[in-house]
Design a protein. Structure first.
Lengths: 298, 298
């Protein structure tokens, strides 16, 4: 059996290949917009969301997994994620000059181009999911689409980013911070896991377990992010470390303290993995992914 | 038979009601984001795109039209349109302080909120289309979704807006201007007409005719916009008139001259209406809509 690290890298590479193909075949006279979308999409992300989709699909159907469908689903979620990073980096939002050690989209191009690149990457995500090649059954495709739309809108990612911006003005307590993070990053992580399950035809019991896994994982992932921001090395992070706290954001480290935050992340990953325990060996990859989410160095 | 103006107002009012219901039931802790979305969505638009959806659907199925499905489709397209106006008004884009006589979204709220409101309205459009109540057949819903995604992305609206911004730096000739406008406003107008046809089950012949109608209409609509901007009264427009030309935009009036531009719009509407001529009386509303597109005062 292939090891976790190797599988994780294979998944990321496969997703990268599909994203490159998809953006290369996206043509039109607006070449600068295409270039900006490509820059946002192919900037060296870990592809953790893609791996969650692929791992969740394999948990359902193992070697019989429809790789094309799962990869297209993963690619759609990575497009959505890339759009959110481009918009989050804008001057009116987090005002970040760099992202993963490279200039952010609005710095390399300009603000208008970055706004449009995010907009068009969102459209692209839904276009990918709507196509026949993602799944032969249109009913499955609309389920994927509905879930992505809900995860990314007012009640999900965009709403979470709104709350995060407001937290700069009046600091959040721990419950508000959890709610905000469940929306801002948790919703799309849950969407990735559930989309992998849906595209591979998971039954109700497995989808429920995957939902529980994803909910715990999403929060743990964000706590790990806050820990990395607190402890992290900015070269590894590709963005200046320690930038959240001075802006008054109530990260988990500030709210709980460093040690309690780390313990909470560990506890959440324990719960995430327990949710998948009935699937035994088949769930191993997902459990390793959960472990990776809190032990990663970037 | 009910007159055009009356039907047009009924359509706009019905769309308004559905949009109000949809935004009122969109809840979550990010209330400021919801308010900004509502402001962008319910700011007194003419609902011409909604009327195109409804008219195109009635052209297929007359009194038997599934009003709920057609209205939800219309609402989705109005959400997409509202998002594009919010983002177009941003300081990095057209930097507009007002829209239809009211403060633009980023002026009433702030820039970050306006970016997120546009983002979340885009997600909302796809969420509406993906729901069962839009059409009982999931295959029809994914067709609507694919078309909306393609009309709004790189090869459509977002790409057109990118080209429009670039035209400020190096003026476009007439062919480039047409291409840009076909993408920027034409793509969503075509999407509205075709979506009405698709949701009502139009056959291939009617969809082709509707596509031709929409293509001509979209361009005529934009020429009328340029004429209004050139001649128009800023109180009626709800935005400062004559603002395009000084920024170096090669509008149709500047490129063709006032008289030739008006003649071209008239010719295009003639062609649009001829495409629907075989449908005789049933096409009357769509033909009146086309006439309205170039004779409106705002």
């Amino acid at each position: 059996m292939i090891g976790f690290q190797e599988q994780f890298q294979l998944d990321a590479a496969a997703c990268e290949t599909v994203l490159k193909q998809l953006i290369a075949t996206s043509e039109g006279p607006a070449s600068q917009l295409r270039d900006a979308m490509e820059h946002g999409l192919l900037n060296g992300g870990k592809r953790m969301r893609a791996s969650l989709v692929l791992g969740a699909a394999r948990l359902v159907s193992g070697d019989m997994t429809d790789t094309v469908g799962a990869l297209r689903t993963a690619a759609a979620i990575e497009c959505l994620h890339a759009y959110s990073l481009i918009h989050d980096d804008l001057p009116a939002m987090d005002d970040a000059d760099t992202r993963r050690g490279k200039p952010s989209c609005h710095r390399l191009f300009d603000e208008a181009t970055a706004i449009l690149a995010g907009d068009a990457l969102q459209s692209m995500a839904f276009d990918i999911l709507a196509a026949d090649s993602t799944h032969s059954d249109a009913a499955v495709r609309v389920r994927l689409i509905a879930q992505l739309a809900q995860s990314s809108g007012l009640a999900g990612m965009a709403g979470g980013q709104m709350l995060d911006l407001q937290a700069e003005e009046r600091p959040f307590d721990i419950a508000q911070t959890k709610q905000m993070q469940m929306m801002k990053t948790g919703a799309l992580i849950s969407c990735a896991v559930l989309s992998g399950g849906i595209v591979a035809g998971a039954d109700h019991a497995l989808l429920s377990a995957q939902a529980a896994y994803a909910r715990h994982l999403g929060l743990a992932f964000q706590i790990a992010d806050d820990l990395l921001d607190y402890d992290g090395d900015s070269v590894l992070l590709g963005k200046p470390a320690g930038q959240d706290e001075p802006r008054g954001k109530a990260g988990f480290v500030v709210l709980l303290g460093r040690k309690a935050a780390a313990a909470e992340a560990r506890r959440l990953i324990h719960d995430a993995n327990r949710a998948l325990a009935p699937w035994q060996e088949a769930a191993k990859y997902m459990q390793n992914l959960a472990e990776f989410a809190i032990t990663r160095e970037t």
